[in-house]
Design a protein around this ligand. Structure first.
Ligand code: IPE
Ligand code: IPE
Ligand code: MG
Length: 260
């Protein structure tokens, strides 16, 4: 029988609420849906591409702030599996920006002890991007600072389907039985398996949806939606989101120890 007052969630999720920095709870793992580049550009009378270009600067600010704030892991949504449906010219611009970002920033990220990982399905049709992504991971593999995960050609439903396909193969080959397919085993096969449990999802631009991002991992994450377009996101906005997070009461399905 379930014990009333014992919080639910997996043990690692319950351990997750993090250390205290400057007197407030700091999340271990923050995921960011970097949205609003196009609207930012439109509001400034500029082409959408300029919004994406300015968005890269916001990524740099975010990485630097996360390191200062003592956050262990940041996962950023850079391109969704649905973003292929955008006009070809915009998709090409986004791919070009990714390549330029790796070329210009990899050295700095590495020097700052950032460990970069790519999740999602990569770009099987573009061997140059594939090579750059894999090299980025290899070069920074031994780093012990901020864990920066870039979700690229990522879709959560695909990720879960890939995980379950792997388990189904194990069942078909007799290595597992159907009863072995537990939430823990699925989580172990997700792209995020090595990362700490997700504590906080931030989405900029005012939209309030997950858009196929970390659906499984966000089961008990706090969600913070900010009324700022991504190119204007800075340390002050990051701190605002963290301060909102620190006021949230995470229950994981249980109740507070005092029963209120
Ligand atoms: C986010 O900004 C960047 C990507 C999705 C790649 P958008 O391009 O979605 O900007 P809006 O939502 O149109 O303003
Ligand atoms: C989500 O933003 C994807 C990224 C930020 C990379 P979108 O702009 O693609 O999401 P929707 O279409 O508004 O849901
Ligand atoms: Mg958008």
């Amino acid at each position: 029988m379930a014990k009333i007052g014992v919080p639910g969630g997996t043990p690692s999720e319950r351990e997750s609420p993090a250390v205290s920095v400057a007197g407030s709870a700091v999340p271990r793992h923050v995921a960011i849906i970097m949205d609003g580049n196009g609207r930012w550009a439109k509001a400034h009378g500029l082409p959408r591409f300029e919004g994406h270009r300015r968005g890269v600067e916001a990524v740099r600010r975010t990485v630097s702030a996360a390191r200062d704030l003592g956050i262990e892991a940041v996962t950023i949504y850079s391109f969704s599996s649905e973003n292929w449906s955008r006009p070809l010219a915009e998709v090409s611009e986004l791919m070009g920006l990714l390549k330029r970002f790796i070329r210009s920033d990899l050295r700095d990220l590495h020097a700052n002890n950032v460990r970069v990982r790519i999740i999602g399905e990569g770009h099987p049709g573009d061997s140059e991007i594939e090579t750059m992504l894999r090299e980025t991971e290899v070069i920074t593999r031994g780093n012990t600072g901020l864990r920066l995960t870039v979700a690229f050609n990522y879709g959560s439903r695909n990720e879960i389907a890939r995980a379950v396909q792997g388990l189904a193969r194990d069942v078909a080959q007799g290595r597992l039985t159907p009863d072995d397919i537990t939430p823990e085993r699925i989580a172990e096969r997700l792209d995020t398996a090595e990362l700490p449990p997700l504590d906080l999802v931030i989405r900029t631009s005012g939209e309030q949806r997950l858009s196929n991002f970390l659906l499984w991992q966000a089961a008990y994450a706090e969600l913070v939606f900010l009324p700022v377009h991504w190119p204007d996101f800075d340390r002050a906005w990051f701190e605002k989101a963290l301060s909102e997070y620190s006021r949230r009461e995470r229950r994981f399905g249980g109740i507070e120890p005092d029963g209120c």
